[in-house]
Design a protein around this ligand. Structure first.
Ligand SMILES: [Zn+2]
Length: 113
């Protein structure tokens, strides 16, 4: 994105420069040239602002409001109640590791529609 805005800025500045070079006593060309150079500076500045890395925070939010609620979590194979530390969230999927029977599996939440 930054490279594109710089390229646009250079192109606009180039056109503005042409207007200034071809000024030939025409005040309108001078004004257009100056305006284009200012526009180029503004584009370059905006491109610079856009290039400042934004802090990206990825929060894992798992909606358990479907058929799965944490309190009601029971092992699929031995039906023992599962505590929070036996449930692991990896890459947006819920993994269960049962302490009672040692079963490990992925919980697929029922679609809500
Ligand atoms: Zn179990």
């Amino acid at each position: 994105m930054r490279v594109i805005s710089y390229l646009i800025a250079i192109a606009v500045a180039g056109i503005g420069f042409i207007f200034l070079v071809g000024y030939q006593g025409q005040i309108a060309r001078l004004i257009i040239g100056v305006v284009l150079l200012l526009a180029a500076a503004a584009i370059a500045y905006l491109g610079h602002l856009a290039s400042i890395p934004k802090k990206t925070t990825t929060t894992q939010k798992i909606d358990l409001s479907g058929d799965v609620s944490l309190e009601e979590f029971r092992c699929r194979s031995c039906n023992a109640p599962l505590s929070k530390d036996q449930i692991d969230v990896k890459a947006g999927a819920i993994f269960v590791e049962c302490d009672h029977c040692g079963a490990t599996y992925q919980v697929e939440e029922e679609p809500k529609w």
